[in-house]
Design a protein around this ligand. Structure first.
Ligand SMILES: Cc1ncc(COP(=O)(O)O)c(C=O)c1O
Length: 439
């Protein structure tokens, strides 16, 4: 293990382990030396990067930078080997059977758009061999949930508008959750696509993906999983889950910005037309037409973000060296602490499940009598960095009867002290704004 503290591979992470991990993140190392260190509780928005990731990016740029898959030089070969090696590493990390099932995208938003736009192309007569499977007729249904991030909603709204399919949704319950039974009720024999989040970025709710995929398959629907908030925090095996497509972002999993991943089952990717076209993704071009390469290159036109891919590969190796089971176990402890602290504070409304076995990596609250932006301002003054607002989930907030909330999110480097500072600051905000509620 390069630049990696010697953590025991099986035992739970200890406080000393976390301190050692933090020391390997330049952001935390600098922060923790300050007189008034900040509490970073915003990894669900974007995570910090260990030196190992930053070094991998820098080393690549300083010593091996070249455009991949173009030209014949040794440098191109070296860069291409790093680029394709990263694809294989990411494939292994998420349970893809082959590297070809991994498509590089800009981020999860882009990856989800690749699917929705590609299906749109198939319906506009711009398909590739096998694209008939993506045919949508008026009256067909695209199913989402009311809890989706806008990235897994708006692309489907637009696909529905283009094709005449109906966009249906599973309504959120009073606490923002939804269940397998709700999905069973909503799926019909007209459902062609079922797009849902693995872990909600507002409620932290974990969806029972394998069971949902089984239901969707029985109804004849394609499944698209927004795995943006699951892959960074829990072991995920897309092959075992059986999803047709899944999307996630590098910058939420200790990796770089500007790189996301679309996973697809081989036969689904092979039949999906490209929605962005240009150089490198083709086999033959005439003045009238173009023939496209097989997946994944078909979806990767133009000069590629190679240093970001190299950085993502380093992030995957870093997480693997800790072990995703241990990452998940550590974060679960932190979430239990967060939820317990919220539950014992009158005047705080926890969004999502109180049962922490159904929750991953985050907790959002609404503070009775105080607007989330006021809470955010107060927390910021206390050096507690969280996200306030609708978190790109306006429909869910509307369903919950609020416009915004305050979200704390953790990663493996988060400390108990940071969680406690968040809870203390929430109570401080209640007092400051005269919204304290006695038990
Ligand atoms: C659940 C979920 N889906 C999708 C996204 C979009 O991710 P990105 O902005 O990296 O494309 C986010 C980011 O906050 C998210 O939390």
């Amino acid at each position: 293990m390069e630049n990696m503290p010697a953590l025991a591979q099986t035992a739970a992470l200890t406080g000393a382990d976390i301190a050692e991990l933090r020391a390997g993140f330049p952001y935390f190392a600098a922060n923790d030396q300050r007189d008034e260190p900040a509490a970073y509780l915003d990894s669900a928005a974007t995570s910090q990067r260990p030196a190992r990731v930053l070094d991998a990016e820098r080393r690549f740029l300083e010593t091996a930078n070249a455009a991949v898959h173009r030209g014949t030089s040794g440098a191109v070969g070296e860069a291409t080997a790093a680029f394709e090696g990263a694809r294989a590493a990411v494939a292994r990390f998420v349970g893809a059977a082959t590297p070809e099932q991994i498509v590089w995208a800009e981020n999860a938003t882009d990856a989800l758009n690749l699917v929705a736009l590609g299906i749109g192309e198939a319906n506009a007569g711009l398909g590739v061999a096998g694209s008939e499977r993506y045919r949508l007729e008026p009256g067909d249904e695209i199913l989402v949930t009311e809890a989706e991030h806008h990235a897994n909603l708006i692309p489907w709204q637009r696909l529905a508008a283009k094709t005449g399919a109906a966009l249906k949704y599973i309504p959120a319950r009073e606490d923002g959750t939804w269940t397998l039974d709700d999905a069973r009720e909503a799926l019909t024999d007209r459902t062609r696509i079922f797009a849902f989040g693995h872990v909600s970025n507002v409620t932290g709710l974990v969806a029972p993906v394998a069971e949902l995929v089984e239901l969707a398959r029985a109804a004849g629907a394609i499944t698209v999983l927004d795995a943006c908030q699951s892959v960074p925090h829990i072991p995920v095996d897309f092959g075992a889950l059986g999803v047709d497509f899944a999307a996630f972002s590098g910058h939420k999993m200790l990796g770089p910005n500007g790189i996301g991943v679309l996973y697809g089952r081989a036969e689904m990717l092979d039949a999906l037309p490209p929605s962005r076209t240009g150089g490198s993704a083709i086999t033959k071009v005439t003045m009238e037409s173009a023939l496209f390469m097989p997946a994944p290159q078909r979806f990767e036109p133009g000069t590629q973000p190679v240093s970001q891919v190299v950085g993502l590969c380093a992030a995957v190796a870093y997480l693997e060296d800790i072990g995703m089971e241990r990452v998940a176990a550590r974060e679960h402890e932190l979430v239990e602490r967060l939820v317990a602290g919220i539950a014992e504070t009158p005047g705080l409304r926890l969004l999502g499940p109180a049962d922490t076995t159904q929750r991953v990596a985050l907790a959002a609250v609404s503070v009775d009598g105080v607007h989330a932006h006021d809470v955010g301002q107060y927390l910021d003054d206390q050096g507690v960095l969280v996200r306030v607002g609708h978190h790109c989930a306006q429909p869910l907030h509307r369903a919950l009867g609020i416009t915004s909330s305050t979200r704390a999110s953790v990663h493996v480097t988060t400390t108990e002290d940071e969680v406690d500072r968040f809870l203390d600051a929430l109570r401080g905000a209640q007092r400051y704004f005269g919204a304290e509620v006695s038990a």
